[in-house]
Structures are given as structure tokens and as C-alpha cells.
Design a protein. Sequence first.
Length: 389
Amino acid sequence: MRTETLSKPKVTQTNITKQQNKTFTFIDLCAGIGGIRRGFELVKKFKHVLSAEIDTYACQTYTHLFGDNPQNDVTSDDFKYKVKQIDYDILLAGFPCQAFSIAGKREGFLDVTRGTIFFDVADIIKETRPKAFLLENVEGLISHNKGQTFQTILNILIQELDYHVIGTYDNGISIQFDRSNFIRNAKNFGIPQNRNRTYIMGFDKKDVPSDYIFDSLPISRNDITMYNDLNDLLEVHADPKFYIAEGYYETLKKHRQKHESKGNGFGYEIVNLKKTNNIANVILATGGSGKERNLVYDYQENITGIQIKGKKTPINSEHIRHMTPKEWGKLQGFINYAFIDERGCDNFSFPESISNAQQYKLFGNSVCIPVIESLAKYMYKHLINFHKD
């Protein structure tokens, strides 16, 4: 009787090429103007299939940029049903930070988040089982509600939904982690903005080999050098309307002096006058102090004393102005990076109906695309290890 020895499949160049060309589909929740989507698309290994966003101006801009209308409510049963009907691999979401209730009967960690956007995102993960997810939030999420909010989120993702979250260790009693495993700063990814954000990445445990070891999320990237510092991205000789009025500037000075006399550090800041390492402070969705903490010096001849419509006093004599929306777009990687085509043309723009005030808000509420791109590359590297078929 003859026995046959079964040989292992040969690793051929064809198989390697197929592996390198493998792509994954994703949905884009709380999508804003598409910063997370664009970061994943730049890797060219991920394909978008569905979005959800409810802000009118964000939806208009998203449609303008991508040709897809994202207007869906992630909290609605109709949208959750729609997600169940599609085949997708990755869930992406930049969900807002909200307080979790502890009132009423609690049957599990997920129950205490009911009424928040995170509950709806987690519910979609539970019902559709994506291979992986990336959740983005403000730096303060980790310390929110004395750390209870973040701990609850991890408990849901790891213990209830059975995902491995990068940077955590489950000792069987509690989830152990270091905040440094989740916080990443835009200034370390080629962008001169001091912008810390929380990133939570998870993989379905059923796909992860029991002996598999994950490395940490990337903490920086050195493959791009867009700007030496903030001065490289500033639009010199900006429109006079961006210069602040003399009266307002004097008010800012007095306001800072008042706080400094009390030992507080709050106040405006001119961010491009240091001799080295000029970077912007974090830009904020609300504008406000996000603009005042990012004033710049931009000298122009014959501009002092000009009266601008809408300003109560003439332009200040020290040539100090707000950053422009275009400069904020560069600080997030939308302009001068993420939408440049093969010919070198930058195809980013807003619809004509979007005001400057809304542009500030939309950029401030978005993500830094080079950071997202790095995280997408990291996710892909591990996904192809799990899904070699």
C-alpha cells in the first residue's frame, strides 16, 4: 500500500503579489469632512463603502470632495440596518466625547453608554463584527470623568465585544494600559501643530493568533518633510481682513496681563516669532481661543491703520493677524498634502457656500491626515498577517 506525503503549498510570486494587492473595505462614521477617510485612502489598500455625518456644512463639504453624500444618522435604526446589509471590513469613527450615565438598571458596560454616540458605534461593531476599527477622540477622553469613561470604553471593546485593543493588557481582572499607548501628536508626523489626540485601534480576537505580538501604534513618521516649521506654511501678506483690530489687540493684551497677575497662563500667543521650533497650538472646532492662541506676525507695508468693514477700530500697528482658513487646512494636512494628484495639482477646496467661519470650524473639528495615514499603514500591516487567504 502506497502512502503519500502531502507537501505544503509553495510560496509563489503570484501569491505574494496577491497578498500585497489585498484591499479592505471600510465605513466612515461621524465622518466630518472626511479626514479619516482620506488618510486611509492614501494608503491605497482601503476602499470606502458607506459614511455617516449629520452636520449640514460638513456634509456639503464631504460631498464636494468625494462625490458621496454622507448624510446619515449613526444613531438611527435605519442607518444601523443599512450597515447590516453591506459587506465591509473596517469601521472608522471620530465620535464625540460625552458623559456616560450610571442611572438605572445596568446589565453590562454597554448599557451605561446608552444615549451617547459611542453606544451606537459599539452597537454597530457588535452587530456587524468588522475585522478592525479605529476610533478617534480628543486627548481629554482618557481623563474624562476621572478616567471612568475611557475605562468603560475599553471594557466594552475588550470584554464585551471581544476585540484586542492595541496598547492594552487584560490580566483577567482588569484592563491594564498606559495613556502613552493611545495619545499621538501631529507635530511628530510632519505637521507643525501641537495637536494631541486619542486613537483606539482594535482587531477581532478570532482573527488574531494566540501567540501574536503587536508592536505599538506609530509615534512618528520620518518619510515626509513638508515643513521645517510653522513659517513654511504661512501665507505671507494675507488679506487685510485677517489682521486684528487695534482695539481688540489691546483688549487681548489686558486680558493676558490680568491672568498673568493671578499666576495663570491663559492668553493670546504669537506663534511664529521664536528663533527655532515654531509650531502652532492646537486648532479648535469652536475657533475662539484656537484662533487667539495662534496669532502670527505678518508684516505688510502701508497696512497699519486701515479700517476694515466689521472691525470697530483700524488694523493694529504691530502687523498681527489670525491664521487663515487655508493655513488651518495645511495644519491638518488637507491642503498641500492629502488631495494632491499625480500631476502635482492640489484638488482640495470648499464649496463656495462655506463661509470662513465654517471653514475654521470644519478644519478644527477634523483630524490631522498624515497621522491617520500612518495608523492606516499600521492597521494594514497587521490585517494582511491575519488574512493571508
